[in-house]
Design a binder for this molecule. Structure first.
Ligand code: EPU
Length: 422
């Protein structure tokens, strides 16, 4: 198991290119199932989550290969085993988004029911409710969702909202299934995340008929078949937000290339309120900080609100602001495993239900800490860059799920991070 040894404090300076989005790549990989043939995905990041999803597609019958240029080729001519095994789903919950495409393509699917994870319960009831409305029969057997649509799928008007608003992968699942359903489907309370808009655009490129893209009301006219396509994955707005926080926490200056600021308005707005400068430049932006940080309130919400996937990183940042900030988690109310770890680094955080009161401190002090999930580990790395001394982050495999060799991207900018196997 790898650990990071991070020497701090440092000041980050320089230029970094943002990779393709993990959370955009995964549903597009699933969408390849909807057509029989060879799809090409350009700009897919080199991450363990992507490899695991590739393994899942192989088990279904797909053939995958990567070109030296990094393009991912998915040949979905044969799907002969529409089963998402427990062994893979337990490693990655996003595996659930093969359910809709498999039902549309094969009329049946068995996918292991995802369990909880470090960020909460994460039910899939809304996915199943939406698919049932398209005519799918669903039973639970030995921990598997056994889904059948022997007479095909039929378009319907579907409300997909839940107790925490829209669902990203739930929308992806129902949207993908509806592309091949008979007649028209309307999804109300659809997720508006850029990754979902991107998926819908890719599906239209494959021959789907989706309108209302980017809005909470998606209209899908079912078509008889889809063709494989070639897709360029959008930049990862969460990786970009993490690098922005890295510039801010180290009082540095970073140029982010390949970064779509228009997808990050809530994040940019918060950074500017904190006292961080964000200016658009070329195909990205320059982020810098010179003065002290003003405390702010942050509430996570579905897009276009502030993303839950940057909550932990902003908590690390606000730990060093001059005064009290409040962070309210409205998407995953239990996503706070990083609180106790950041406190081990001399942050002053107090959790009250889904709220954390962040009392700013003058400095963070290095400590051995434990990564618990992907974004929590990113927060610990950020804290380590700013803390005095050597921070040791254990269980680095969490960060490798969503950030490609992050130490090799940060070190040329001035970080001092070494990866060690223990
Ligand atoms: N929810 C339900 N029922 C459902 C589905 C969701 O109650 O059937 C609830 C969830 O428990 C949560 C809220 O709805 O409280 C939103 O969850 P959502 O379904 O939108 O999450 P997801 O689709 O499973 C994706 C990302 C997550 C990201 C969330 C929210 C991927 C692969 N995952 O998950 O990314 O946090 O949307 O934006 O796209 C990450 O990258 O670190 C990550 C966890």
């Amino acid at each position: 198991m790898d650990v990071f040894r991070i020497e701090g404090p440092v000041r980050l300076c320089g230029s970094v290119r943002i990779n393709g989005s993990k959370n955009a790549s995964l549903p597009i990989m699933a969408a390849a199932i909807l057509s029989a043939g060879k799809s090409v995905l350009k700009g897919v990041p080199n991450l363990s989550d992507i490899s695991v999803f590739g393994e899942l597609l192989r088990q279904l019958g797909c053939r995958l290969s990567k070109t030296p240029a990094g393009d991912l080729h998915i040949d979905s001519t044969v799907i002969n085993n529409p089963v998402g095994e427990y062994e893979i789903v337990r490693r990655m919950r996003a595996s659930i988004c093969i359910l809709g495409p498999l039902l549309a393509r094969c009329g049946r699917a068995e996918v292991s029911m995802p369990g909880g994870c470090a960020i909460g319960d994460r039910p899939v009831d809304i996915h199943l409710r939406g698919l049932k409305q398209l005519g799918v029969r669903i039973n639970l057997k030995n921990g598997y969702i056994v889904a059948e649509a022997p007479h095909g799928l039929t378009g319907r008007d579907i409300f997909l909202g839940g107790p925490f608003g829209s669902t990203v992968l739930g929308t992806a699942n129902v949207l993908m299934a509806a592309t091949l359903a008979k007649g028209r489907t309307i999804i109300e309370s659809a997720a508006c995340e850029p990754e979902i808009a991107h998926l819908a655009n890719c599906l239209n490129k494959m021959g789907a008929k989706i309108t209302g893209i980017g809005s909470p009301k998606l209209t899908i006219e079912g078509v008889k078949q889809l063709q494989p396509g070639e897709f360029e994955v959008i930049p990862d707005r969460i990786e970009a937000g993490t690098f922005m926080a890295a510039a801010a926490i180290t009082k540095g200056e970073l140029k982010l290339e390949n970064c779509q600021l228009e997808d990050m308005m809530a994040v940019v707005d918060k950074l500017r309120n904190i006292g961080v400068t964000v200016e658009s430049a070329g195909d990205g932006c320059v982020v810098s900080r010179t003065g002290s940080m003003t405390p702010i309130d942050v509430t996570t919400q579905p897009y276009p609100g502030f993303p839950t996937d940057l909550q932990a990183q902003f908590m690390a940042l606000l730990a060093l602001a001059e005064g009290n900030s409040i962070i309210i988690e409205k998407v995953f109310p239990d996503r706070f495993m990083h609180v106790a770890e950041l406190n081990r680094m001399a942050a002053n955080l107090r959790k009250e239900g889904p709220t954390v009161i962040v009392a700013g401190v003058k400095k963070l002090i290095a400590a051995p800490v434990m990564a618990s999930d992907l974004r929590a580990s990113a927060a610990l790395v950020l804290a380590g860059l700013a803390a005095e001394g050597t921070t040791v982050v254990n269980r680095v495999y969490h960060i490798d799920r969503g950030y490609e060799r992050i130490e090799e991207r940060l070190n040329p900018l001035g970080a001092k991070i070494s990866r060690e196997s223990v």
